[in-house]
Structure formats: C-alpha cells, structure tokens
Design a protein. Sequence first.
Length: 184
Amino acid sequence: MAKLKVFRTPIGFHDAYVAAPSQKAALQAWGSARDLFARGVAEVVTDPALTAEPLAKPGTVIKRSRGSAAEQIAALPPDRARTRRKPAATDDADAAPAAKRARPAPPPPVPKPSRRPLAEAEAALSQAEARHRSDERALRAEEAALARRRRTLERDQREERERLEADRQKAADAYDAAMRRWQG
C-alpha cells in the first residue's frame, strides 16, 4: 500500500484532516474540485499529535475545532491574516471620496483586435489566385500555338520527305535503266 501522508485544510471554524497517499486523493476526500494546495489553503501535516487520528482512519475526514477566535485568526495563511474587511458605511461625506481614492483604477479595456491584417492577407491571396489563373490561361494558349506549329512542321516535313523520296526513286529508276542499257 502507498505511504500515507496527513493533509489539512480549514473548513469554517474547523480544520479538516485526512490521511491519503496523495494530494489528489486528499482533495477527493474533502470533495473539493479546486486545487487547494496550489492556492495555499491546504498543507501537509507532520506533527505526530495531529496525525495520529487521521492515520488510524485513512481516507476519512477528521474535523477538529480550531479553538478560540484568536487561534483561528492565527491559523490562517499569512496573506489571509493581513486582509481587512471593508469598514462599515458611515454617513460622513469625506469617507466616500477617500474610499474611492484608495481603490486602484480598473485596467483599461483591451482593444478589439484589428481585422486589417486578415483582410490584407485575404486580398493578397485572392489577387495571387487571379494572377495564377491568368498565367495558366496564357500558358495553355502558348501550348495550343506550339501544338499547331508542330502539326504544320510535321506535315511540311512529311510532304518534303515524300517528294524527295519520289525524286530519289525516280533517279534510282533512271540509273538502273541507264546501267541496263550500258551493260548491254
């Protein structure tokens, strides 16, 4: 079984102790959805007089009265002990302006983000897409012109080849006829 630790958190006028293997288990035993340890409200207890009863009943929340009002105030974390309650409302006219001066001004509201960079990026993208379409149309037109030129060139070369082949054949036939006549 995991080693148990004793944890404590204040609950009203009582301290709640629980023996658990981890802080998470202690929070579950207390029924807290918030991390009381991160807030500095809960702590590990090592005093043997305070840990005896919770260690005897692991997982069970043990409540102990914090004692007198003075003892309860002393048991609060240091930052809590220093906080003061608001003074009771008075009819004194000077008290209200003094209270307003003591209160810090709220921070200015965060300005709404500008849509301008997004609009500029969208416009640039739209312009680039239009330019790409235009370039593709020009390229297709060049390809079509080259294809026509190629067909014309191939036709001219074929006709020239056929004409030259016919001339060669005619010259070969005349040579053969002349050789037959010469040979006798």
